[in-house]
Write a protein that binds this ligand. Structure first.
Ligand code: 3PG
Length: 306
């Protein structure tokens, strides 16, 4: 198959080599399409692609319609909100992700962000320590569990809310189960978001929830910017001069937030949670292997549009 590796934010060179080696050894052709500027360029590039490996690249209905030979898209990563699943399913295109492969990188960033904010963005101002504080984790999946384990090792108390898990499963993951959002937000000095962007979660982190957090609390978002109600966040930061917000990928109102709230807000310039060589290798190579296996045996284990 002709496999298009379409990555606006490229993988590390070592991961690209690994992807090529795996696919070419199995007789596939690899076309690299990195750092493209416009979505229209992606639409042109997919004309003869039979398979795609992507990251946060947007595989819209337009992209799918422009790729008549496309059989499979593998999102090298966890979240697949960037793929139009309905359009893919209609066109008979299999969509997969590579769950867990880049989770450690994201979890490390969440921990780093907590410390960065506790230490007032590494300015000389007197900071605080995360040891002894309570971390609330919203969604206890691959990333959430790793954040919890690392936080515990740093002496934090860890609570988690996940409607898809039993108390036993949350306890087995090393966190204290919490059953309502109110309880989670009210009890968390740090609240780390690990929910996907779905119609039910988009804009769900709102003023009411954010202002439930205790004095001096920090909201940490390494999930998706879309889950935040940005106007609600801005008002919460206005009304509560003790709250902080740190996020991997800038909200639309970042300039206003930074101007108004200074060191209480920090956003990475580009989504970088999964931007480590290790995560690129893990997710990229897994994606390549999944394509090889799909072509050879029809394996659809990681298909998300079944
Ligand atoms: C994911 O969903 O896997 C992460 O958000 C990483 O996204 P990225 O591959 O664009 O860095």
């Amino acid at each position: 198959m002709k496999v298009l590796v379409a990555t606006q934010k490229p993988f590390a060179a070592v991961a690209v080599k690994g992807i090529k080696d795996i696919l070419e050894a199995a007789g596939h052709e690899v076309v690299l399409f990195e750092k493209y500027e416009a979505q229209a360029d992606l639409v042109k590039a997919v004309a003869d692609a039979e398979a795609m490996i992507i990251r946060s690249d947007k595989v819209t209905a337009e992209v799918i319609a422009a790729a008549p030979k496309l059989k499979i898209v593998v999102r090298a990563g966890a979240g697949y909100d960037n793929v139009d699943l309905e359009a893919a399913t209609k066109a008979g295109v299999v969509v997969m992700n590579t769950p867990g492969q880049n989770s450690n990188a994201v979890a490390e960033l969440a921990i780093a962000m907590m410390i960065f904010m506790a230490r007032t963005q590494f300015t000389p101002a007197t900071g605080s320590e995360i040891q002894g504080k309570t971390l609330g984790i919203q969604a206890f999946g691959n990333v959430g569990r790793l954040v919890g384990a690392k936080a515990k090792a740093l002496g934090m108390k860890v609570k988690a809310l996940d409607p898809f898990l039993t108390d036993e499963q949350i306890l087995a993951g090393g966190a204290e189960p919490v059953h309502t959002l109110d309880e989670l937000y009210e009890g968390s000095d740090y609240l780390s978001l690990h929910i996907p962007a779905l119609p039910s979660t988009i804009g769900s982190i709102n003023y009411d929830l954010i202002t439930k957090m205790p004095k001096g609390a920090t909201l940490v978002n390494t999930a998706r910017k879309e889950v935040i109600d940005e106007a609600g966040l801005e008002k919460a930061l206005e009304d509560r001069a003790d709250l902080k917000y740190v996020t991997d990928v800038a909200p639309d109102n970042l300039a206003a937030l930074q101007e108004k709230f200074g060191l209480r807000v920090f956003a990475t310039p580009k989504k970088m949670g999964a931007q480590t060589a290790e995560a690129n290798i893990n997710a990229g190579l897994a994606a390549a292997r999944q394509i090889v296996d799909f072509a050879l045996t029809g394996n659809t284990k990681f298909q998300v549009n079944k």
